[in-house]
Write a protein that binds this ligand. Structure first.
Ligand SMILES: Cc1cc2nc3c(=O)[nH]c(=O)nc-3n(C[C@H](O)[C@H](O)[C@H](O)COP(=O)(O)OP(=O)(O)OC[C@H]3O[C@@H](n4cnc5c(N)ncnc54)[C@H](O)[C@@H]3O)c2cc1C
Length: 416
């Protein structure tokens, strides 16, 4: 393993062009052996597994008091995310929860089926798309972190970062601190760490608000392991039915954002009243599913970070949503976060020093994740029609994506 040897202070910020990543931050000094990961979500827990596998000493600091977070929405891990998990030997932890999706069918606004395609690497069990509740995925990854003996401290809410020439120190709300050689900010969309790496970057509304719901009603034509995308006249709707016969659905509505007070005061009944008239225009299963959804219905404004946001300052790096949150339209945020984790660990393992490792990481990751921000944002704003989950060009899961496979494959040296 080649980890950093020569270091110095924070000397700069990233460039936007994806060109020369070598040097704009200055030289880091000292061996990188101890890493602080802030945030125990998908990116943070994934990074802990990958960094630990690379032989680094890593500890995770998570603001939530326990791992059973009440994060109600579901998500779909695409084949690329499942591949990243496999490379850190964590497939089993995730295939134990949720359910697989091996095909996608598309309905038009009359309810007619207009397409049916296999999803991702449908033929390889551990790489199949997987539909999961986000909270379950977090909990499963955190359990795997603990099972491998990696430290994870819950109830540790980062409030500030002190980035020095030789070490970086995290300060938590309870007054405790942690000091390491490198701090990885995996603290999500509203990242505190990003205040240091990109003080002016703010998440922006991505043109859609998104409903999520669960109901015991199941459409008649439903087949197992299939996600149905409904191209409605004014709502993009999707649903999948779990083996326990629970329908998971989402609805994306292109409009002005919902006001903060409406979001705070909203009730499932109010959201149903907002959504149903839009769905009733069409003859698809969508309206009946929403009408049959009682309390388990939530809504959120879709947000994204601008491309070109700086990821690094001195001994601090942001990954996952903290670095490159995208609108949910391509369904790639969690998968991209897991890819980040593997490529970061491999970069630190393979590059001659920490500066080179972080430069390599950014060179490999930035074009891919920023393409996802752009493609997903265009879908959300209605300026691009998706060709499927992960939409072609979003960097999804296409078999034969040799470059991605090489970046993720644990045995492949990234520096060569
Ligand atoms: C409604 C919705 C639907 C989505 N659907 C999909 C989908 O279908 N497929 C997909 O791939 N992606 C989807 N995504 C995106 C996906 O959820 C995110 O991209 C993914 O969760 C990013 O992981 P993360 O670890 O970077 O951030 P998060 O999952 O947000 O995790 C951040 C963690 O940091 C912790 N934290 C925050 N602040 C602090 C602090 N100050 N100190 C310590 N800890 C802190 C949080 O408690 C949390 O555990 C969706 C997102 C949303 C909002």
């Amino acid at each position: 393993m080649r980890i950093a040897r020569e270091l110095g202070p924070d000397l700069g910020r990233s460039t936007k062009d994806g060109g020369d990543w070598q040097g704009p931050y200055g030289e880091l000094g000292g061996d990188v052996t101890r890493l602080i990961v802030v945030g125990g979500g998908i990116a943070g827990a994934g990074a802990a597994l990958a960094l630990h596998k690379a032989g680094l000493d890593v500890e995770v600091y998570e603001a939530h008091p326990d791992s059973a977070e009440d994060i109600g929405a579901f998500l779909t891990l695409a084949s690329n995310g499942m591949r990243a998990l496999a490379e850190v030997d964590a497939s089993a932890a995730v295939t134990a929860i949720g359910f697989p999706l091996t095909s996608m069918r598309v309905l038009d606004d009359t309810g007619a089926e207009v397409a049916r395609v296999p999803l991702g690497e449908a033929g390889t069990a551990h790489l199949q798309y997987r539909c999961l509740r986000r909270g379950d995925l977090n909990a499963a990854l955190q359990a795997e972190v603990t099972r491998r003996g990696i430290g994870i401290r819950h109830g540790a809410r980062l409030v500030s970062v002190e980035d020095g020439p030789d070490t970086v120190t995290a300060h938590f709300a309870d007054g405790s601190t942690a000091t390491g050689d490198l701090l990885i900010g995996a603290d999500g969309l509203s990242s505190t760490v990003r205040r240091l790496t990109a003080p002016d970057a703010r998440p922006e509304y991505a043109g859609q608000y998104v409903f999520y719901g669960y109901t015991d009603a199941v459409p008649e034509t439903t087949q197992g392991e299939t996600i149905t995308m409904v191209r409605g006249s004014s709502v993009a709707f999707g649903y999948a039915v779990s083996p326990a016969q629970e329908t998971y659905w989402f609805a994306r509505v292109t409009d002005a954002p919902l006001a903060a007070d409406a979001l705070a005061d909203g009730t499932p009944a109010r959201w149903r009243d907002l959504l149903l008239p839009l769905l009733r225009k069409d003859s698809t299963p969508a309206a009946d599913l929403v009408a049959a959804t009682a309390d388990r219905l939530m809504v959120t404004n879709a947000t994204e970070l601008p491309t070109g946001t700086s990821w690094r300052s001195g001994r601090t790096l942001v990954i996952g949503d903290a670095a490159h949150a995208a609108s949910p339209a391509t369904g790639q945020g969690a998968s991209m976060a897991l890819e980040d984790a593997v490529v970061l660990a491999k970069s630190l393992r393979d590059a001659p020093d920490t500066d080179a490792a972080l430069a390599l990481y950014e060179r490999l990751r930035r074009p891919r994740v920023e393409n996802n921000i752009t493609v997903s944002g265009n879908i959300s704003r209605g300026t691009h029609t998706p060709s499927g989950p992960g939409g072609r060009g979003a960097g999804g899961n296409r078999p034969g994506d040799d470059e991605l496979v090489r970046h993720l494959e644990w045995g492949t040296d990234l520096s060569s």
